[in-house]
Ligand binder design. Structure first.
Ligand SMILES: [Zn+2]
Length: 122
């Protein structure tokens, strides 16, 4: 009986550990998928721009669902407003002033400012 109780407690601790790990794994997989989707978006952009917008949409959805923010280096690659995948020199304009990168979406005209100093700290 005593032994059984010990086993139960032990199992509970193991489960808590596993739960933590599971959360980390979910986040890791979510990040991998986000990177993968952006890769796909980049590849399909020239032939199917509408498809890459869909990939961006999926990546953002995964991020939201798994509570993972889109990695900083990917933030300049899509338009926050219209959701288009942005490729420099194709449908986006990039201007750098001091430590601020301005990415303008040529689809809808929205300009996103990315602070490089903040990026480095994050
Ligand atoms: Zn846009």
């Amino acid at each position: 009986m005593v032994q059984g109780a010990f086993l139960l407690v032990h199992e509970g601790a193991e489960m808590a550990k596993r739960k933590m790990r599971k959360k980390d794994v979910v986040r890791k997989i979510a990040l991998e998928r986000i990177y993968r989707l952006f890769e796909l978006a980049e590849k399909s952009f020239e032939k199917h721009p509408e498809r890459s917008a869909r990939y961006v949409e999926l990546a953002l959805k995964i991020g939201k669902r798994c509570n993972v923010s889109v990695p900083a280096e990917l933030k300049g690659k899509f338009c926050k407003k219209c959701g288009a995948f942005l490729k420099a020199g194709m449908n986006s304009k990039i201007r750098i002033a001091k430590h601020i990168v301005k990415v303008t979406c040529l689809n809808c005209g929205y300009t996103r400012k990315i602070n490089l100093i903040k990026l480095q700290k994050a």
